[in-house]
Design a protein around this ligand. Structure first.
Ligand code: SAM
Ligand code: SF4
Length: 465
């Protein structure tokens, strides 16, 4: 392992100082912060701490309305869809909340072979997926990291009819700069890594053995990814391990650090809450359980604090919770997921899963639901394919220009999905959602979208701008 940098940007004292404020923020103060949030310039640590202290129902209502308005302004109605692909549940670590941890004898272990990876990918392509997130425990067959590189090649090389996966993201253990370079060379999209908790004492308590026990190796992993040229990185906190107010302030310190060092912060933030996992007492009774109201507050505050960063919600959440939280700022969701290696090939056997899912619906059902709620499901991979990543992406997003691309790309990829995979009923629902969206677009964007939709109608696939 190369020398471990210290995560010097994490200033626990500053966070504790901000959180120690005694008086409840006044109504006027909160309204002023919300007005500032609407200017889409982000928020300071003090402002975020003040919002996290709000309990008054009328102010909460205003807070949620502000988050909704920001989400509409920047992301419109599109929602990007992806599926995780769990490659292996072998792991050398002892994370007390996770079923994959080394000492868990209840778990059936398996690492997918490259052939099995291809089989699972074909199943996901047949469902209509275009974006995959590769996930693995921290232990590769024969201790060989090439397993991950081969898996990326396998996914990109797999075809089902004329279709393919167009973007592979990864959520795997921290790597060295050299390893990140090889990941980048294989065409990885986003490298995603959750710090789990930014609170060092809690981190030490819940990660008792293995490489993951080293807080700083993990907290500086995204620096190494960026040094290696991976400019789309995703962060996350595993909510439930420690006080969420502390965690979101630390997360913002992390983002600010990357912005200062590399000119671009986090491409996405994931907001997993701990779910029950086999053989893990802690997962059924998390030390700092986040209830549904606080969870909605977290999403809304993050939407206001870092308006241009995507927020990802997984199928850990129930369909009801996902519906409520989508409008507050979530821009990407997983759908039809399994968290056991090979899960897409089997029915009902979950003894190899990482944790329990809250939303078990297949992709088509999720699509029907979100289309009826007024969203446009998007399978867009345009930015990645055109090299619009990292700072280039943010430079377009900040002046509001990215919406002109995302809107038409969402429609063309949704139309392609409806053409290739939907039942006649779902196609009718989706077509009406597309028509509504077209009617709400500015004339120039609409003209572009219509030209792209015509191409899809004439049989063309992978139409993007
Ligand atoms: N093994 C790698 C690591 O830990 O970074 C990457 C894959 S790990 C399977 C992905 C994420 O799953 C972890 O970062 C953690 O946040 C999440 N996770 C683990 N146990 C969980 C649980 N019981 N409920 C919800 N999420 C969990
Ligand atoms: Fe292993 Fe990751 Fe699970 Fe920890 S969270 S036990 S590192 S798979």
């Amino acid at each position: 392992m190369e020398a471990v940098e210290c995560a010097h940007w994490l200033q626990e004292e500053d966070i504790c100082h901000v959180l120690a404020r005694k008086e409840t923020p006044s109504k006027e103060e909160i309204l002023e912060i919300l007005a500032k949030a609407r200017e889409l310039q982000g928020l300071s640590l003090q402002e975020v701490a003040a919002l996290s202290a709000v309990t008054d129902p009328a102010l909460l209502h205003d807070m949620f309305a502000t988050a909704r308005a920001i989400k509409d302004e920047i992301y419109g109605r599109r929602l990007v869809l992806f599926a995780p692909l769990y490659m292996s549940n072998y792991c050398q670590n002892e994370c007390l909340y996770c079923a994959f941890r080394k000492s868990n004898r209840e778990l059936k272990r398996h690492a997918l072979s490259q052939e099995e990876i291809a089989d699972n990918v074909r199943i996901l392509i047949r469902q209509g997926h275009k974006r995959l997130l590769l996930v693995a425990g921290e232990s590769y067959p024969h201790g060989d990291f090439n397993y991950i590189l081969d898996a990326i090649d396998t996914v990109y090389a797999t075809r089902e009819g004329a279709s393919e996966i167009r973007r592979v993201n990864a959520n795997i253990a921290p790597l060295s700069v050299e390893q990140f370079k090889s990941l980048k060379a294989r065409g990885i999209g986003t490298y995603q890594l959750f710090q789990e908790t930014y609170h060092r004492p809690t981190y030490a308590r819940v990660h008792v053995r293995g490489a993951k026990a080293n807080f700083d190796w993990r907290a500086t992993a995204l620096d190494r990814a960026m040094q290696a040229g991976i400019d789309d990185v995703g962060m996350g906190v595993l909510f439930g391990l420690y006080d969420w107010r502390f965690e979101i302030l630390a997360l913002l310190q992390h983002i600010t650090h990357l912005e200062q060092r590399f000119g671009v912060g986090s491409h996405t933030i994931s907001v997993p809450r701990i779910e029950p996992a086999s053989g893990s007492e802690m997962s059924s009774n998390p030390p700092h359980m986040v209830d549904d109201l606080d969870f909605r507050k977290i999403v809304a505050i993050l939407r206001m604090a870092v308006p241009y960063t995507g927020i990802i919600m997984s199928t850990r959440e129930t369909k009801e919770m996902r519906r409520e939280t989508l409008e507050l700022g979530v821009s990407q969701i997983s759908a039809g997921s399994r968290t056991d290696p090979g899960g897409y090939q089997s029915d009902g056997e979950f003894e190899a899963s990482q944790f329990q899912l809250g939303d078990h619906r297949p992709l088509a059902e999720v699509i029907e639901d979100i289309s009826q709620l007024g969203y446009i499901p998007s399978f867009c991979t345009g930015c990645y394919r055109l090299g619009r990543t990292g700072k280039d992406f943010m430079d377009m997003a900040k002046p509001g220009l990215i919406k002109e691309k995302c809107g038409p790309n969402a429609l063309s990829t949704f139309k392609e999905y409806l053409r290739d995979y939907a039942s006649p009923e779902l196609a009718a629902i989706g077509t009406s959602a597309i028509d509504k969206e077209l009617a709400a677009m500015l004339p120039k964007t609409r003209a572009l979208a219509e030209r792209m939709l015509e191409k899809v109608d004439s049989g063309k696939s992978d139409v993007y701008c």
